[in-house]
Design a protein around this ligand. Sequence first.
Ligand SMILES: [Zn+2]
Length: 151
Amino acid sequence: MDEKLIIDVSRLKSEGETVSGEVDAVDLDEEFVKSFGGIRYRLDVRLYGRELLVRGSAEQDFDLVCSRCGKDFDDTVKVADYVSSHEIADNTVEVDLTESLRESIILALPTYPVCDEACPGIEQTEEMPGDDRWGALDQLKVQGEQENGKS
Ligand SMILES: [Zn+2]
C-alpha cells in the first residue's frame, strides 16, 4: 500500500493515464465508525491545458454500527463518481491526490448506517411501555388543542 497518491505531471502521457492501487487512509477510530485497510482507487488522469482532471472511483472498508439495531457490521463505502481538478503551474511537477481522495470517502460515509435495508431495529419486547407513553402524550395534545380552541 502506498502512503500517498501522487501523480507525476511531468511524466503524464498526453492522452492521459489510468492509475489504480491502494493508498493509506485516514485512521478513523470513532466509537461508531472504524476504518480498516486503505482506499482502493481506479482513476483516469488527464491534463487539459493547465488543469489536471481526475475522474474515477474509490472505496474503503469500514466497521460501522447500525443506527437502527446497534449491531456492528462491515460495509464498503464507495465513491463511484470521484472527480477533482487541479491547477497546474509552470513549476508543478506532481499533484498529491491523497487528501482529496480521503475527503471524498469521508463525505460518502452514511450519516445513519443501516446493517440491512430490512433491519427491523431494536427488538421491541412486550414489557416496554412505549405505546402507553405515546398515548398519554396524544391525550395531552388533544386537551391542549381543545383548550386553545375555547379561548
Ligand atoms: Zn441493523
